[in-house]
Each structure stands twice: as C-alpha cells, then as structure tokens.
Design a protein around this ligand. Structure first.
Ligand code: PNS
Length: 162
C-alpha cells in the first residue's frame, strides 16, 4: 500500500511546542512525516543542524511515524528525493501568511505536483516562535511550557556559555 508521506520543513532553531503541535495534528492526516531541518543560508542559527536534529529526536520520543532529516538547497528537490507530495507548514497569524503564500506559490511553480498544507497553530501556541524563544532565553527569561524540557535545558547551556 502506498504510504502517505509529508515533509515538515523548517529551521527548527530550536523546536518549540508550536512545532510539535503541528506535527501531532499532521500525523492525523499522514502516515509518516519527515521533519526536515534546512541548512538556511539566510539565517544565523543558535544551534547547529546536528544539534537541532538531536533536539527534535529527543522531543518526538521515538514516534515511529516521524523521521528526522536535514536538507540543503531547494525544498522541492528534497520533497521529490523522498518521494513525498505534500509539505506541511504552520500558520500563526496574518503576518505569516504573505511569506508563506509566496513560498508555497514559488514551490508550486517549481513543481506543480507538490502541494503545501497549512495548519493553524493552536491558540495556546500562536505567539511562540523560535526567534522569540531565543530572545527571552538569552535574557534568562522563562520559556518552560513553551518548549520541551530538553530544549529549555540546552538553551540555558548555550546562553550560559555566551
Ligand atoms: O522555519 P522557517 O525558517 O520559516 O523555514 C523556512 C524554510 C526552511 C521552509 C524555507 O526557507 C525553505 O524552504 N528553504 C529551502 C530553500 C527553498 O526551497 N527556497 C524556495 C522557497 S521560496
């Protein structure tokens, strides 16, 4: 039987409960989801891709329907390589929409067989982003309840070293 695979791409620097919420709900739609960490040339990352993948692995607690991977270059090429057709993205607010709409349209222009599925972030997490999490953690603010415990711990370690 053909498996229904989706790719959930992102920077995940680091993974938050917002991402995990999208992942959990995405698993109700797909047999398998590949969480794909992008080597994003535009963004200065706090965690290396390897560290981000490790944090995702620890956060999904051995869920056999989730695979963790990384990719370089175009998302459409990666999606083709893993034989997927769908990409999942979370949408928090109108401000996310414009960029997401542009990316999804560009991706569709590059590969008309690929579709982006948008899921609305749950109300408990709509204000979370990896960027704000890092900012709060960098000033020693509390982010527990917004990220998995292991992420909270690693953030503290990173900022203690800086
Ligand atoms: O978590 P992010 O930073 O919002 O994720 C953005 C990401 C990684 C999904 C996006 O930048 C991406 O797909 N990068 C790969 C390069 C690519 O395919 N760009 C074309 C889309 S316009």
């Amino acid at each position: 039987m053909k498996k229904n695979i989706a790719v959930y791409p992102g920077s995940f620097d680091p993974i938050t409960y917002g991402h995990l919420d999208i992942l959990k709900r995405g698993l109700e739609l797909f047999d398998k989801i590949i969480v794909a960490v992008a080597y994003n040339v535009d963004k200065r990352a706090l965690f290396t891709v390897k560290e981000r993948m490790e944090l995702i692995r620890e956060s999904i607690k051995g869920n056999s329907h989730v695979e963790v991977d990384s990719f370089e270059g175009l998302l459409v090429d990666y999606v083709k390589k893993v034989n997927a057709r769908f990409v999942i993205r979370g949408l928090r607010a109108m401000s996310d929409f414009e960029n997401e709409f542009q990316m999804a349209s560009m991706n569709r222009n590059l590969n008309k067989d690929m579709d982006t599925i948008f899921m609305m972030t749950s109300k408990d997490y709509f204000f979370i982003s990896s960027r704000t999490i890092k900012e709060v953690a960098s000033f020693n603010g509390c982010v527990s309840g917004l990220v998995p415990e292991i992420v909270d711990k690693k953030l503290k370690e990173k900022f203690a070293k800086k």
